[in-house]
Unconditional design. Structure first.
Length: 418
């Protein structure tokens, strides 16, 4: 089927979900989760083909982002089951007002309609997006990257099998078969067929969608995420947080890309940071983190000069920019100048410094004494996420069921005229 055929089919089946109750949708989600697990061998075989084809031209870190294992598929299925356990967001009364003339005005949550997602090399997005779209009453049209196409196709087929098993049309979840730029452009300009477009990927993809889309589009996060180590930080805590934020999975958008250190703590902290992230990791057989230093940090430890773009780069790799600042105010100003508004953290025992940081850092998620890696739909209790919004209109931060709903007003009268 062509992209237009898929979109028209998705639009045609949208009304099916408007009348579906929670029990029906949850049954479909559980069937989808079961099929993901029962068809894991087919999914893993498809993923192995993707990995083999991609191994010649993408980095090891990005290969890890593409790779599936039985544990990861189990996690995907569990994410779908968690969505089934969440309250149904559709039909909730958000507000009820009775006017002096007797009109009763109710603001009710409703599905968007057809939600399109353009994403790159993370196969788990396929099941997350499908689960959230179904529970929120939306048809879902997925357009993955060519590196992950076989994996995404196998996952989609498993999900569609679960839908059919539960009595729903397969067309509620579809994968675009064309992985060229033409299909992405068709989704961006599918006015009347796509109600919401969500891009998930690198800065280039997101910029292309924001600049070219004629359908409503949500800007999701490139993540230049910061960890600021304050003068009153517990240094052991700071080291644990930074290693987790940077090195637990550097290819994801909530990984830290910048560490800022208060000048009064830098002489003591920076040598320990270098020891922890480079020498200790190398000795343990783990990938060491390359430190890219500003001039003040370079006066304390060895590393690579940060360069002009060092603090404005989403590395998605074992690379961390490191800078020295003189105050929490300077740290917040630095973050305001360089952050992408995704996730930023302060490590401190000083509640006043933490309160200032939380007030002044205008990001979707602001942390005090915790890793930025928690910016995730599952970790926020949303089951999973369809993306992390870095804009401010409509959703912000991890997007779950509520963010995939709009609303309408239902007005009940008794013959009133104006």
């Amino acid at each position: 089927m062509t992209t237009q055929d898929i979109l028209r089919a998705a639009r045609a089946v949208c009304p099916v979900l408007r009348c579906a109750d929670r029990e029906q949708k949850d049954a479909a989600l559980l069937a989808m989760a079961d099929r993901l697990w029962s068809e894991r061998e087919q999914i893993l075989a498809a993923n192995a083909q993707d990995l083999e084809a991609a191994s010649t031209h993408i980095s090891g870190v990005m290969l890890d982002r593409l790779a599936l294992t039985e544990d990861r598929i189990a996690g995907m299925a569990d994410g779908v089951r968690q969505v089934a356990q969440l309250p149904d967001p559709v039909g909730r009364a958000l507000r009820t007002v009775e006017r002096p003339n007797g009109l009763v005005i109710r603001k009710i949550s409703v599905p968007m309609g057809v939600v399109a997602i353009i994403y790159e090399s993370r196969p788990n997005v396929t099941s997350d997006a499908a689960a959230l779209a179904l529970k929120s009453g939306n048809a879902c049209v997925l357009r993955g990257g060519k590196e992950a196409f076989r994996s995404a196709n196998a996952i989609t087929e498993a999900i569609r099998g679960g839908l059919e098993q539960a009595g729903f049309p397969r067309e509620l979840v579809s994968l675009i078969q064309d992985t060229t730029r033409q299909s992405a452009h068709e989704l961006m300009t599918a006015s009347g067929l796509v109600d919401l477009l969500i891009p998930r990927g690198g800065a280039g993809l997101i910029r292309a969608c924001v600049e070219n889309a004629t359908v409503p589009c949500i800007e999701t996060g490139t993540g230049i995420c910061h960890v600021y180590v304050d003068v009153q930080a517990d240094m052991d805590m700071a080291l644990n947080i930074i290693e987790n934020a940077k090195a637990s999975r550097p290819s994801v958008c909530n990984a830290a890309e910048v560490c800022l250190v208060h000048s009064a703590a830098a002489e003591q902290f920076l040598p320990r940071l270098r020891q922890r992230l480079t020498e200790d990791r190398a000795a343990a057989g783990l990938p060491p983190v390359e430190l890219r230093l500003d001039q003040r940090a370079a006066g304390i430890i060895d590393g690579v000069p940060a360069g002009e773009a060092g603090f404005d780069t989403e590395y998605l790799d074992y690379i961390l920019a490191v800078g020295v600042v003189d105050s929490v105010e300077e740290a917040a100003a630095h973050i305001s100048a360089h952050s992408t508004g995704h996730s930023d953290a302060i490590v401190t025992a000083d509640p006043d410094a933490a309160a200032y940081f939380a007030a002044m850092v205008d990001s979707a998620a602001v942390y005090w004494n915790a890793s930025t890696r928690y910016t995730d739909g599952g970790e926020f209790g949303l089951g999973c996420e369809i993306g992390i919004s870095t804009q401010k209109l409509h959703p912000r931060g991890p997007m779950g069921l509520e963010e995939l709903c709009s609303y309408k007003y239902i007005i009940t009268g008794s013959g009133q005229v104006r």
